[in-house]
Write a protein that binds this ligand. Structure first.
Ligand SMILES: Nc1ncnc2c1ncn2[C@@H]1O[C@H](COP(=O)(O)OP(=O)(O)OP(=O)(O)O)[C@@H](O)[C@H]1O
Ligand SMILES: [Mg+2]
Length: 276
């Protein structure tokens, strides 16, 4: 909890949610030079929900995700995970994070990248190797166990990154534009891949993106943020049936209709960002 006295704490939690953000705010900089990045953002995620956080560049998406993960302290409001307040700097074993930038270790092979977290945790070699082998098979990386990241395609590297997080079996998955650097075709492949993994495990996911198609393909709900400082503008339900086919979905009428509705609203925020 940031520096807010108990009596002034915002809203109360029902305890029924996996993740709660209650009037979450973040201001960067000093008093004379304050940069408000996130302004009183509140949202809830139920267990197993897949939510996309959508908004223009600089609206505070990564900042929100970093605060949920406990990597960055908030300056107002509160975040709760499974009913407990998130304190910055305290590691949450139930949370897995896939970063905006490619963060695989170039000096480690594919297998040793994927097994990294288990190594740090001190999991015995035999178990580690068995779990890594399962992840490699699922990610269709067989034959590349001993390859170094520099020799892989962008899509393969992102699969390594994803598996390195998933091997820890997180209950909550925070993803910050993980496919932002990929071409359209590879991105669609990654969507299919992620959907197939998520259908099995149903982690609670916050997926940050500024790509509306991506949000519609993956999420149950889309939370649209305004241009900086990020505020919640709208919360859209994405009612498309699951399991979804990332390619066929885009040909459907319902996809086109919802796309048009959200696109208009998102466009208004892009315009604000451009004018700044
Ligand atoms: N450490 C920091 N110090 C000062 N300002 C910061 C810091 N980190 C972020 N900001 C500012 O906060 C705002 C939100 O940044 P953030 O990275 O969360 O945006 P974003 O929505 O993730 O953007 P993008 O889509 O480009 O990744 C921006 O104006 C940014 O300049
Ligand atoms: Mg970002």
């Amino acid at each position: 909890m940031a520096d807010i006295p108990l009596a002034e704490r915002p809203l109360t939690s029902s305890g029924a949610f996996r993740i709660e953000a209650l009037e979450l705010s973040k201001t960067f900089g000093s008093l004379e030079n304050e940069v408000p990045a996130v302004d009183k953002v509140s949202f809830n995620l139920r267990a197993g929900e897949f939510v996309a956080l959508l908004g223009p560049s600089g609206c505070g998406k990564s900042t929100i995700l970093n605060m949920v993960a406990g990597l960055l302290p908030y300056t107002g409001g509160e975040i709760r995970i499974n009913g407990s307040t998130v304190v910055a700097g305290r590691v949450l074993p139930e949370v897995g994070y896939v970063f905006q930038r490619d963060t695989v270790f170039p000096w480690r092979t594919v297998a040793r990248n994927i097994g990294y977290g288990l190594e740090v945790k001190g999991v015995a070699k035999a178990e580690r190797e068995a779990r890594v082998a399962r992840m490699i098979a699922q990610a269709r990386l067989s034959g590349f166990e001993n390859a170094y990241p520099l020799t892989l395609s962008g899509g393969m590297r992102q699969r390594v990154s994803l598996m390195r997080t998933l091997i820890m079996e997180p209950q909550i998955l925070l993803m910050d534009e993980p496919f932002g650097a990929l071409d359209t075709h590879t991105k669609l492949e990654m969507h299919q891949f992620l959907l197939s993994l998520w259908e099995r495990e149903r982690q609670t996911v916050i997926f940050v993106t500024h790509d509306l198609s991506e949000a519609l393909t993956l999420a149950d709900r889309i939370i649209l943020l305004s241009a900086r400082p990020g505020r919640i503008k709208q919360d859209f339900a994405v009612p498309f049936a699951r399991p979804r086919d990332a390619i066929k979905l885009r040909e459907s009428q319902e996809y086109g209709q919802l796309f048009a509705r959200i696109w208009h609203s998102l466009g208004e925020e892009f315009a604000v960002t451009k004018a700044e």
